[in-house]
Ligand binder design. Structure first.
Ligand SMILES: Cc1cc2nc3c(=O)[nH]c(=O)nc-3n(C[C@H](O)[C@H](O)[C@H](O)COP(=O)(O)OP(=O)(O)OC[C@H]3O[C@@H](n4cnc5c(N)ncnc54)[C@H](O)[C@@H]3O)c2cc1C
Length: 260
């Protein structure tokens, strides 16, 4: 089996770290590495949590991650408005104290003291905001990514795609022992290579190949639960007029429920 020694070198600083940290003595660190597939919100938070339990956590992302808050192909939903519910916000505050200050410093806007202006066919209402930050999803992910990658045990391997699981069979037991990686589109061509791990976490979102991988291993596809939300998004960006900028943080224009 090819091993971690084949992790290729690239220009990215975190890739360099992954190369040097993963190369020399994997055998000397039994049960020492977790691999997280997908470097978006779920992957970042999983890697952050696992860093308390593993010598090394490799965060694997098939995109080239931008070095500033920006849209990227792996998260096409990031062009649409996103808002964190309170539970998510509280969890982030617990994990990353002061992260909302980072958000504001990076360009988020403070909603506190402003209003939500709600217009419906039945009339208009204004709701005051308490302390709250508004930002794009790329900005949120960027701030959390910066915090997560401060942890030296977490190594980012970008432009690498999980192609399949590595497994070993002992008697009737089948164990996942790592991930086979291939270079992502747009990166320099290179042969697939293997990354051994004691734990593999799939956080690849809607693109997850895990059901197909499990099926290939003869384990069958897990049951899928779907909820048809019957909701469609279409997003367009406008410049806010100066006269409204300090008054309204959000304007919601509701359609006529009888017609929708
Ligand atoms: C229109 C829209 C609006 C939304 N609004 C909100 C909102 O207001 N608030 C909210 O909380 N949520 C919202 N969501 C949901 C939110 O965007 C998702 O729940 C969230 O992004 C899921 O994060 P994730 O990390 O699980 O997966 P994703 O964000 O889908 O990321 C998966 C990652 O895995 C990578 N990847 C995939 N396959 C591989 C592979 N084989 N190898 C390596 N990397 C791989 C991808 O490049 C990507 O980075 C919205 C979603 C949509 C579509």
């Amino acid at each position: 089996m090819t091993t971690d020694r084949l992790i290729p070198h690239t220009n990215a600083e975190h890739d360099k770290q992954a190369h040097s940290a993963a190369s020399p003595t994997p055998a000397a660190l039994p049960r020492s590495r977790a691999v997280v597939i997908g470097g978006s919100m779920a992957g970042l938070l999983a890697a952050n949590t696992l860093a308390a339990h593993y010598e090394e956590v490799v965060l694997l992302e098939r995109d080239a991650l931008p070095d500033h808050p920006a849209n990227r192909p792996g998260t096409p939903q990031d062009r649409h408005p996103h808002r964190l519910q309170n539970l998510g916000k509280n969890i982030l505050t617990e994990l990353f104290p002061g992260w909302t200050d980072d958000l504001i410093a990076a360009g988020a806007y403070e909603r506190g003291g402003k209003e939500m202006h709600f217009i419906s066919p039945l009339g208009a209402l204004n709701f005051p905001y308490e302390k709250d930050e508004g930002c794009s999803r790329p900005l949120l992910e960027w701030v959390i990514r910066c915090r997560v990658l401060e942890e030296p045990r977490i190594r980012l391997l970008q432009q690498r795609e999980a192609a399949s699981l590595l497994t070993e069979t002992a008697g009737e037991r089948l164990a996942v022992t790592g991930v086979r990686l291939k270079e992502s589109r747009g990166s320099q061509g290179e042969s697939p290579f293997d990354l051994e791990a004691d734990l593999v976490v799939d956080a690849s979102g809607r693109y997850s190949k895990l059901p197909a991988w499990l099926e290939q291993l003869g384990l069958g596809k897990p049951d899928k639960e779907s909820l048809h939300a019957r909701l469609a998004y279409s997003t367009r960006y406008y410049r806010i007029s100066e006269s409204l900028r300090d008054k309204y943080a959000t304007v919601v224009i509701d359609g006529d429920p009888a017609l929708s």
